[in-house]
Design a protein around this ligand. Structure first.
Ligand code: B12
Ligand code: SF4
Length: 522
């Protein structure tokens, strides 16, 4: 006998016919990439775009709302809901955006309680119970990869699923009879080539930007999963690495060029360069098809070698994004990063020799960090001479060993409902460690940025790299549209930014966030 409260009845649904699904990327949070003047990345939510593609392939009507790009607020979401009257609303939630996702869920339920709300993404995957506990407005959580789990859920809701039917869907969590039900994990998609290309036509493609330029660089996800276990990293939630074939990847590049006009490709997956052979195959495939797209890759320093980088550079790979994390071997070992300082040195030496751009990602404030290890890191990074520096305050994301340690040490409250997830942005430290307070970590991040940027050698290098980037994207400087925005405007903005009234990066970034917050309140 079912014993359901009014709220819980929402799980056992009336048949809804062909489903209209709205997918939302919440407002309220500016990523650190968008705030770094040398990156200025506002990337498409590819996870939602893949889900949309699979739903469309299976006959559902899908809409998307990327609130970040459109600067949408709660009112826009409400208008959208009233106009489109979706049956299901799927919301993507990172840790710093889960609060806003819940706010959207509650606004939707206020309009129509029958609309089913599903949350997916890194945060609800790591903490399904706590996320369901945040609000009665969330009906379901989809854990891990969403394409087929969400499709199964939408199909089941369409038929008016009861408890028994819902329990059979792998990879979901929901409330039933006062309890939270976590069905077993869904199998991973082993052959990624079988997933259709992302349904980007539903998203404001013209608005996404890399390095301040819109509609030039496409975010490409060439693999999923990571077999490593860096203790601070939320990517290691799915260990099994799976790579798409070179043919399928280059097909997507050609498709994206033809359909949307992209001329560059950023491989945004964590470990695109994990398999050496596959990188060579991608280069060959591009060469055989006569393609000279500019491209860039995220990689571990220990997966690179000179021959591979030379091959990549030869097919117009312009930029490498590498996790440097620290200049102290002891901190790297504590993080279980599994790399040596020597491997990092070599990788940057090769990249610089080849004249490629590079982005070094550094994390400060990890347990064991001291002023001395930070000083070592500053010197180490300056010697590496990367094109761009991205800094993060060590942040214990749910699902990571670092999160567990922060709970054990009492750095975070054990009662998760007392944590304000909005603070988990990585810009500002949310906890200190045994040696440094939060404020000290923040101050040291600001100083680090300033010491890195206020070097004439680096400014000159940046200028040269910017010219090369534009050459790579536009083929030659003659065809380079001066007024479209690239070089002149971008360089000027950057120059002014660095010079701007002696403000530090963090102060400037704070201004950006504050103006966004003001905008949202209006
Ligand atoms: C590309 C990327 C970005 C891009 C684009 C982000 C975006 N809008 O999708 C940029 C550079 C903008 C970015 C920014 C940030 N990112 Co990021 N990013 C990634 C990265 C490297 C790949 C994401 C991706 O596209 N994967 C491929 C797609 C297919 O997978 P997916 O996004 O996970 O989506 C699948 C499932 O999660 C699920 N799913 C996702 N959403 C939904 C929604 C519904 C309704 C359903 C049913 C399912 C579902 O189904 C999808 C398809 O299988 C991941 C690392 C990783 N391995 O995932 C980090 C990652 C997601 N980012 C992370 C973080 C912390 C951030 C920032 C907060 C960093 C910062 N301070 O700026 C911001 C947040 C931005 C925001 N909008 O809130 C963390 C998230 C940790 C956490 N618990 O929140 C990750 C895991 C990195 C890490 N190792 O820690 N990021
Ligand atoms: S930091 Fe990179 S290598 Fe380490 S677990 Fe995360 S994605 Fe994997």
């Amino acid at each position: 006998m079912l014993n359901l409260t009014t709220r819980e009845i929402s799980c056992c649904t009336e048949a809804i016919g062909i489903s209209k699904v709205l997918l939302v990327s919440p407002y309220g949070f500016v990523s650190k990439y968008a705030r770094n003047p040398n990156l200025d990345i506002v990337a498409a939510p590819m996870g939602l775009a893949y889900i949309a593609a699979v739903l469309e392939q299976n006959g559902h009507k899908v809409y998307a709302l990327d609130c970040l790009v459109k600067s949408s607020d709660k009112r826009d979401v409400e208008l959208h809901i009233k106009r489109e009257k979706p049956h299901v609303v799927g919301i993507q939630a990172f840790t710093p955006s889960v609060h806003y996702g819940i706010e959207i869920a509650e606004a939707v339920k206020e309009i129509d309680y029958e609309i089913k709300i599903v949350l997916g993404g890194s945060h609800p995957t790591a903490l399904p119970e706590a996320t369901l506990g945040m609000s009665d407005s969330v009906d379901f959580i989809v854990r891990h990869e969403g394409e087929y789990t969400f499709l199964n859920l939408v199909n089941a809701l369409e038929k008016g699923a009861d408890y028994m039917a819902l329990k059979k869907i792998k990879g979901i969590s929901f409330k039933y009879n006062g309890k939270i039900i976590n069905t077993p994990n869904a199998p991973l998609v082993m052959d990624l080539d079988t997933i259709p290309f992302p349904a980007l036509h539903l998203f404001p493609v013209d608005e996404y930007q890399y390095f301040g330029a819109k509609k030039e660089i496409y975010s490409l996800i060439s693999s999923r999963g990571c077999p490593y276990s860096c203790e601070f990293c939320a990517s290691s939630l799915i260990k099994k690495w799976r790579g798409r074939s070179a043919k399928n990847i280059v097909d997507e590049m050609e498709w994206a060029r033809k359909k949307f006009g992209f001329s560059g490709f950023a491989f945004m997956d964590d470990l695109a360069a994990l398999k050496r052979d596959r990188i060579f195959e991608i280069c060959n495939e591009m060469r055989e098809r006569g393609l000279d797209f500019a491209w860039g890759v995220t990689a571990r320093v220990d997966s690179l070698d000179k021959e591979m980088l030379t091959e990549m550079e030869d097919t117009n790979c312009r930029c490498m994004f590498l996790g440097v994390e620290s200049g102290s071997q002891e901190i790297l070992d504590r993080m279980k990063k599994g790399i040596t300082l020597e491997q990092t040195r070599k990788a940057f030496k090769w990249i610089n020799e080849l004249g490629m751009d590079s982005i070094a990602s550094v994390t400060l404030g990890y347990p064991g960090e001291t002023r001395e290890t930070i000083e070592q890191t500053i010197k180490f990074v300056i010697n590496l001479d990367p094109g761009v520096l991205v800094m993060s305050a060590a942040t214990p994301y749910p699902g990571t060993p670092y999160f567990q340690r922060a709970l054990e040490k009492g750095w975070l409250p054990k009662d998760l409902s007392k944590i304000d997830w909005r603070d988990f942005t990585m810009y500002d430290a949310i906890i200190g460690n045994e040696n440094l307070t939060r404020d000290e970590v923040d101050k040291l991040i600001g100083e680090f940025y300033n010491r890195f940027r206020r070097r004439l050698g680096w400014m000159f290098k940046r200028l040269i790299l910017d010219i090369k980037q534009n050459q790579a994207l536009y083929g030659n400087l003659k065809g380079f549209p001066l007024f479209k925005q690239p070089l002149t405007v971008r360089l000027l903005t950057r120059w002014l930014f660095h010079k701007s009234m002696g403000k530090t990066f963090d102060q400037q970034a704070l201004i950006t966030t504050k103006s966004l917050a003001t905008h949202l309140k209006q």
